[in-house]
Every structure is written in structure tokens, then in C-alpha cells.
Design a binder for this molecule. Structure first.
Ligand code: KG4
Ligand code: ZN
Length: 346
């Protein structure tokens, strides 16, 4: 029988809800997908303000839930389980989503399922592209940057992680220095189209070093110094800086991917699939650079569509559905975890 899971995502500055079911092709499985980005709320601050985000989630969530159910043409009583992001993320926001899900679960007497946000990013490729376990994953978002071997739901082996900042933070910081807009990644990508990607070059972090840890703080600082040296910037300078920064970040990710591909265990090498997930995976230059490295290792690259790379609730409903079908549910006493490494129980 077809099972429907409602998913809620409120860990950062997107308020999102979705319904996913276990029947049909991809379009049929995603019964509804609603995301409201809190751009207006945070624009003046140049970044996400946790208290502002939590309040906005509270105001936005119920209209979004209604829209999500309408879009899926379902009533709440027809939903089989309710899943919500319970971490990692900004605690205030996570609490809003988790409390809403628990309340619905209690009133409707349906299972509540606590989902790890990173697991959503890590597993949504199984919904979009039916990727089989195991696979190599580059998870690259605003807060995280990691290489993992994925063996199953809840089964991860960490190969390398960032020593300081994530690639998403580098995009956001450089966009801020160029006065482009928030979140920075899409703006840098847009500006880069009309820029010279080789006008400004900075050392590529950890290039040629063994292992597949990552680092972006040196690159960020190098661009900050260069931007200050060239200020005041002309419009063309801003395009060239955006293109050069994107090129350097993409190169850094591609070099580390090469190292990760050399490291992967026999099991993953046999599967020969590399998944790129998280907000930065929406960047075309990043995807293309990594693709050319993967081609050399004869790895297939899978990237979810951009709307499922950035934060969304489809990935949360999807992990919720997989857990539900395994018979899993969480107690209503489960507490959100602002830090929740992949693979650890709640
Ligand atoms: O996965 P995500 O939506 O949220 C987190 O879980 O962090 O990732 C957000 C990050 C931000 O740093 C944003 O600038 C970056 O992903 N991002 C991009 C693009 N779209 C989003 N970076 C580069 N190019 C993009 N097109
Ligand atoms: Zn995310």
C-alpha cells in the first residue's frame, strides 16, 4: 500500500514542507514540495540571525503546511508519518519544526520521525536517481564540507572533513566582500558568468597533500586581501573576482575529490558512483570540475537537481519515509541536537 510521509525542514533560513510517497515515478513520489526562503528577513544583516529565523519559521510554517497538503491533495489524516529535521542546525529553528511535527504526531496518533538534516542531503540522490549503496559522497553545504562513504541509512564512514570553514561559507563571505547579496553562492555564480576566472589567482588549499580533508579559510583571507587592495572596485572587477573565486573554490574541491577517489575502499570503488550533495552542489562550475576528475577515475557523478541540493523538505520526508518503512519511529521526548554528526543516533 502507498505510504505518505510529511517532512518539515526549519534548520536554517528555509521554512519548508513536503510530502513524499513510496509509489510511482519521481514526479509522483514527490507529492508536494514547498520552500520559503527568508531572504527579506535577513537581507539587512548580510547573514542569518538565529532569533529572527526562529520567529519567521513560527509565522511561516502553518501556512506552508496547509499549502503542502493542498498541493499533495491530502488531508492530515491521510499522512502515515510526520518527519522533521531535529539537527544539526540553529536550535531555535529546529525546535519550531520538531515541536510542530511532534504536536501533529501526537494529535493524529501517527509516528514521529526525527531526521538528521545532513542525512537528507546525503540520501536524496536515492530518490532522484535511485543510486545504490555504497557510494562516495561529497557533502558540501553552508555549514559542512565532508567526504563520506555511504553504506546504508545511518551507515557512514567519514574520509575527510574541513579543517576550518566550508566551501559554502567561502562563497558567502566572498559575496559579502563584493557586496553582491545573500546567500552568496548563487550571486557569485551569476556574476562569474561575465568575469575572467584567471585574473586573480590564489594558492589552492591543501593541493597535492595526502588525505581528503578540506580547508577554505586561507582562500577566503587571500581573496579578502586582494579585494581590499583593488578597492574601490569597478563593476568588471566584481565580475572578475566572482569568477576567480568560483574557479579557485571549484579547483580546490576537484583536487580534494581526486585524493578522495584515490582513497576509497574497494566496496565503493566497485560501485563507482560519486554523489555531490548540499547547496554548493547547485554550482555548475563546481559540478563540471569534479565531473572531469571523476571521468578520469571512471566514476559516474550524480547530483540532485539544484532545488533538491539547497535546503528543502523533500529530502527530510524521503529519509523519514525510508526510516518509516524500516519500522522506525522516535519518541515524542526526543530532543533536537544543534550538533549531530552523520551516523550517530539522536
Ligand atoms: O545545503 P544548504 O542549502 O544549507 C546548509 O545546509 O548549509 O547550503 C547553503 C550554501 C550557502 O553557503 C550557499 O551560498 C551555497 O550553499 N550555495 C551555492 C549555490 N547555491 C547555494 N554555492 C555556490 N553556487 C550556488 N549556485
Ligand atoms: Zn542543508
Amino acid at each position: 500500500m502507498t505510504k505518505h510521509v510529511l517532512g518539515i525542514e526549519t534548520s536554517c533560513d528555509e521554512t519548508a514542507a513536503a510530502v513524499v510517497c513510496n509509489y510511482g515515478n519521481l514526479t509522483e513520489r514527490i507529492c508536494s514540495h514547498v520552500v520559503k526562503t527568508q531572504l527579506d528577513e535577513h537581507r539587512d544583516f548580510g547573514g542569518v540571525v538565529p532569533e529572527v529565523a526562529a520567529r519567521a519559521h513560527m509565522e511561516l510554517l502553518f501556512p506552508i503546511l496547509k499549502k503542502t497538503l493542498d498541493q499533495a491533495n491530502l488531508s492530515l489524516s491521510q499522512v502515515d508519518a510526520i518527519a522533521a529535521t531535529c539537527g544539526p542546525g540553529l536550535l531555535g529553528g529546529v525546535m519550531v519544526g520538531a515541536m510542530a511535527a511532534k504536536t501533529l504526531a501526537m494529535v493524529l496518533k501517527k509516528p514521529f520521525i526525527a531526521v538528521n538534516h545532513l542525512e537528507g542531503h546525503a540520501q536524496v540522490c536515492r530518490l532522484t536517481d535511485a543510486v545504490e549503496f555504497p557510494y562516495l559522497l561529497l557533502l558540501v553545504s553552508g555549514g559542512h564540507c565532508q567526504f563520506l562513504e555511504v553504506y546504508g541509512l545511518g551507515q557512514y564512514h567519514l574520509l575527510g572533513t574541513t579543517l576550518d570553514d566550508s566551501a559554502g561559507e567561502a562563497f558567502d563571505k566572498i559575496a559579502r566582500l563584493l557586496d553582491l547579496g545573500y546567500p552568496g553562492g548563487p550571486w557569485v555564480e551569476k556574476y562569474a558568468c561575465e568575469g575572467d576566472a584567471h585574473r586573480f589567482e590564489v594558492p589552492i588549499p591543501l593541493k597535492g597533500k595526502p588525505g581528503c580533508d578540506l580547508s577554505f579559510s586561507g582562500l577566503k583571507t587571500a581573496f579578502r586581501i586582494l579585494i581590499q587592495q583593488h578597492s574601490p572596485l569597478s563593476n568588471q572587477d566584481r565580475h572578475d573576482f566572482a569568477a576567480s573565486a568560483q574557479e579557485c573554490i571549484a579547483q580546490a574541491l576537484a583536487h580534494r575529490t581526486e585524493s578522495a577517489l584515490r582513497m576509497v575502499s574497494e566496496a565503493v570503488r566497485q560501485s563507482q558512483t560519486l554523489v555531490i550533495a548540499g547547496g554548493v552542489a547547485a554550482n555548475r562550475a563546481v559540478r563540471e570540475k569534479i565531473q572531469s576528475v571523476a571521468d578520469r577515475f571512471q566514476f559516474r557523478v550524480v547530483t540532485p537537481p539544484p532545488s533538491l541540493c539547497t535546503d528543502n523538505a523533500v529530502m527530510i520526508a524521503w529519509v523519514g519515509l525510508c526510516l518509516f518503512l524500516q519500522g522506525h519511529q522516535d519518541p515524542l521526548s526526543a530532543s533536537p541536537r544543534p550538533r549531530w554528526p552523520l551516523g550517530e543516533p539522536l
